[in-house]
Ligand binder design. Sequence first.
Ligand code: CP3
Length: 320
Amino acid sequence: MRQAGRILAEYRAVRQEAGSFINLVSNPELAAEVTIQPVDILGVDAAIIFSDILVIPEAMGLPYEMVEQKGPNFPETIQTESDLARLRIADPEKDLSYVLNAIKITKSRLQERVPLIGFAGAPFTIFCYMTEGKGSKTFSVAKKILYSDPELAHHLLQMITDSTIRYLKAQVNAGVDLVQLFDSWAGVLSPEHYQAYSLPYLKQICDAITEVPVTVFAKGAFFARKSIGELNCSVVGLDWNMDIAESRQLIPGKTLQGNLDPCVLYASYDEIRKQTRSMLEAFGSHPFIANLGHGVYPDTDPDKVRCFIETVREFRATQP
Ligand code: CP3
């Protein structure tokens, strides 16, 4: 899950060397180095390229800053149809070559030890940042546009989707083995709005990326699990609000990924083992990828993450 590296002292050292988060993201050598750290140090069995979902707005003409201790901020946002004139469809070979180079370096250094995951934000989540300009509990500025100017919303969502398809195809060409779409703010939408403003764009992306498996992770969208399961994707990510038994019934034909609450990693070692085993048992015979239900929090003890990983490995060793 996202930000596995930031709990590591080794990550913080490289980040300091880079000077800032954005410098680190845009330096392919250093990005490759921190991508591989969790594989070597924690023993996870896949790597996710070190980048951010916000590189897409930037490649479309809307740059972001990362404010220390606070998160992303966009000095300019999209509010009206006329603002769209400032945007372009991203050209990944030109505007995102640093990510593609980081992928190439990572692939060659990994030597096929573990697969490399590429990723992008889902169009609705990117729309949230491009209109709201920063994180929010409600994303009411973004949602205001859905209610007051649906045409603008669809126009912008389509531009993001076109950019994302190009970007993911370029990641595949650079060497990623699978891709994940993060719909981190899916949970702020009503079921009707999710059908209207998120699913059609996820569908376009899933239909376009045929070369590698696609994972769709829509945080908080428990109400859309059935529809997400019907997309042309291979894996559906679950967060810890989503009951595993219920999810297995709603999504019978697909691999499921998740879904331990990252806060479980604040518990004792015994409790972590217990909670992890109970998650693994709940997946039962259903194909699954053991993971957390969202990103690991920065103050998590790396030894607790190792305990989670070891519990999964031990369980796997006992399986036929
Ligand atoms: O595990 C990894 O390091 C993979 C790389 C990765 C990052 N961001 C690096 C990062 C991935 C896959 C992301 C995705 C991302 N970025 C999402 C979707 C996943 C999710 O969490 O729902 C979102 C919403 C973002 C936007 C973003 N980036 C926010 C809101 C923040 C600040 C808040 C926070 O949680 O720290 C970031 C910063 C960010 N992106 C960090 C990392 C390692 C932390 C920066 C640091 O502390 O060095």
